[in-house]
Every structure is written in structure tokens, then in C-alpha cells.
Design a protein around this ligand. Structure first.
Ligand code: MN
Length: 353
């Protein structure tokens, strides 16, 4: 098992790579989506993360190689690229005219990753993204963390055209909202994406890694969500059986699923060899009420999760995903350092080091 840190685009820097190494990480997970915040856009609601700068221009080999070289200089290996820019797959997800070009461009990304020996590409197949959560002093010591509280959800308007997964990818899209589609239609679109990309991923030694829908509810903002329970996760794997068609197992999201035993899910999918890497975070509660909390205070016994992974031969990366903000001059870094330290100790304990 490998301990990895995750950095969003704006946090990719030599200093932050040193921070990760100092916390004991050997690997990195990089979120390359470049989002610009603060622009006035008619499509943006309070949950919008901003505008994506890529506009369909795929991350190049050279761009990724430069970041990987800096990581190597700091003693770190890049384990995964996490999440795609919505402008890379909007027409794949929405059945638009640029679908063939977007698939080709994603195949190019897989080829770049193969050449660079970056083994995992994380993605979401979620239309509405992480919409609807509120931030508040919900974690230990009044630390600020997100919560999903069904009675406090705003009115669930359909998605504006030009938006996907909490981002505006086309600020000039016509006014209007996404037409309704069925769960089955979204399954067909996901299956097409997987049938096209999995063979290339296999050739390149890369694993595609789907994240379950967070929040794990079957419908959000009038859009279907197909990865909100273990049955959906099995169906995804069964649709194109291959080591390159895998999951990014988010322990927090799985624990939030109503009626689901997270340990059973970790057991089943790790035994199946389907977990590429793990988002290891903790929550308290389940849909319809849960809050993210510190890694050592939620409903999940993290040691038990790591023992299950160990017993099933899991050798991928474990990352903290996200953590509550700690009250100090560097709230994000302090939260991450706490979670990474806890994970490092837990991994050493269960591996008998
Ligand atoms: Mn996650």
C-alpha cells in the first residue's frame, strides 16, 4: 500500500510536493482541472466551482511530464491523474456532436500517461456533481466541513446548458437547461465511453478509475446518478470486464450510502481486484444526513478498512481525499497533515512495520 497526497491544480508547486514528502508520502495524485473563480457567469450558482480554462484543449505530454519531473526531484512518483475537465467529455456525457473528437483526445491522454508510466486515470460520470452540500462547524472542535442535510437542500433546478459537474465549461452556451434523460440512457453513454477507452488503457497499462456519485443519491437536480450504490459499481465493472476498467473507491462516499456496509464493499471490490486507489476519509451519518469529519472521529474504522485491503493484496495508493479545515494560518495543510499522519501510522501498524 502506498501513501499519496492529492493536489488540485492551483496547489501544484515544489513547496507542496515537499510538504507531501515531509508527511511521509511516496506518491501523488494530481487534479489537473484548471478552474477560474470569480468571473461573473449567468450559469453559476452558489455551488459552482468556476469556469474551466482548458476549453477542450487536452493536457499535453510535455505539460504532464514537467510536473512529473518536479515530483521526481522531490522524491515522489505520480500515481494518478484525478478527474477530467468537463470540456474533455461533455459531449460524451451529453451525447453531443463532438463525441468522436473527445474520445480521440482522451485516447491521446491515455497514450501520454502510458509513455509517462502514470498508472491511473480517475474520472466521474456525474452530471450534477457534488451539488447541495453546506459548509459549517460540523467536525471536532468546530472545524469547518461539508454536510449533506436533505431538508436544507435548495430547490433542485435542472442544470444550465454549458455546465457539468459544478463547472461552467461553456459560458457562451445558449440559455436553457439540460433535457431530462433516463438512468438507462446515462448507462448507455458510460458503456460507450468504456468500450472506446478501455482497450487503449489496456495497451498503455493505465487503469480508468470511476468515483462513485457523491452525494450518493439516485437523482440530483433532476439528473440520473448511476454510481450511487454497490450494484451500480458492479454493473460498471461488468459492462467491460478488464483490469483497466476499475474503481476509485471512496470510503467516505460508500459509507454515506443508505443501508450499505462500507467494510463489505471494500471486501467485495478489493477481492475482485477492482480498486485502483482509495479515497480514505471519514463521515458521520448517511444519506439523508451526513457530515464529513476528521479521519479519526467518524463512523468508519479506518484500521479495519486498511486491514481488509491488506488481506486482499491491495497494493495501490491511499489518499486522504479531503479533510475538515483546521483553525490556523494554513487550514488546508494542517487538515491534510493530520490525515496523512494518521494514515501513515495506521498503515505502519497494520503492515507490522
Ligand atoms: Mn472521494
Amino acid at each position: 500500500m502506498k501513501l499519496a497526497a492529492i493536489f488540485h491544480r492551483s496547489y501544484i508547486s515544489r513547496d507542496n510536493f515537499r510538504f507531501a514528502r515531509q508527511a511521509g508520502c511516496t506518491h501523488l495524485v494530481l487534479h489537473l482541472v484548471e478552474r477560474v473563480q470569480g468571473l461573473p457567469m449567468r450559469q453559476a450558482d452558489e455551488f459552482c466551482f468556476g469556469f474551466t480554462r482548458a476549453q477542450g484543449r487536452m493536457w499535453s505530454y510535455g505539460e504532464i511530464e514537467a510536473i512529473q519531473r518536479m515530483a521526481k526531484e522531490e522524491g515522489l512518483a505520480v500515481e494518478a491523474l484525478e478527474n477530467l475537465d468537463p470540456s474533455f467529455l461533455c459531449d460524451i456525457m451529453l451525447n453531443g456532436p463532438r463525441k468522436p473528437q473527445q474520445l480521440e483526445s482522451l485516447k491521446d491522454l491515455l497514450r501520454s500517461m502510458g509513455r509517462l508510466k502514470i498508472p491511473v486515470l480517475g474520472y466521474d460520470f456525474s452530471l450534477a456533481g457534488v451539488w447541495g452540500r453546506v459548509n459549517g462547524p460540523f467536525a471536532r472542535g468546530k472545524a469547518i466541513a461539508p454536510a449533506y442535510l436533505e431538508e436544507r437542500l435548495p430547490v433542485q433546478e435542472p442544470l444550465s446548458l454549458g455546465t457539468l459537474h459544478n463547472l461552467v465549461y461553456d459560458p457562451d452556451a445558449p440559455e436553457g437547461t439540460l433535457p431530462a434523460i433516463s438512468h438507462e440512457e446515462l448507462w448507455q453513454r458510460l458503456a460507450h465511453f468504456l468500450r472506446e477507452l478501455t482497450p487503449v488503457a489496456e495497451e498503455e497499462g493505465v487503469r480508468l478509475a470511476a468515483h462513485p456519485d457523491d452525494p450518493p443519491v439516485p437523482v440530483l437536480r433532476q439528473t440520473p446518478r448511476i454510481l450511487c450504490d454497490p450494484a451500480g459499481m458492479h454493473r460498471l465493472l461488468d459492462s467491460v470486464p478488464s483490469r483497466s476498467n476499475a474503481l476509485r473507491l471512496c470510503v467516505g462516499t460508500v459509507q454515506e450510502m443508505p443501508g450499505v456496509d462500507a467494510y463489505e464493499v471494500v471486501e467485495t471490490f478489493s477481492r475482485r481486484g477492482a480498486i485502483s486507489y482509495v479515497h480514505c476519509r471519514n463521515v458521520r451519518g448517511k444519506v439523508p444526513h451526513y457530515t464529513e469529519v476528521f479521519i479519526d472521529e467518524g463512523d468508519v474504522d479506518i484500521f479495519r478498512v486498511l486491514r481488509i485491503l491488506r488481506d486482499n493484496g491491495f497494493d495501490g495508493a491511499v489518499i486522504p481525499d479531503h479533510t475538515p479545515q483546521m483553525t490556523c494560518g494554513a487550514p488546508w495543510h494542517a487538515g491534510m497533515a493530520h490525515a496523512l499522519g494518521y494514515l501513515r501510522a495506521a498503515m505502519a501498524a497494520i503492515e507490522g512495520r
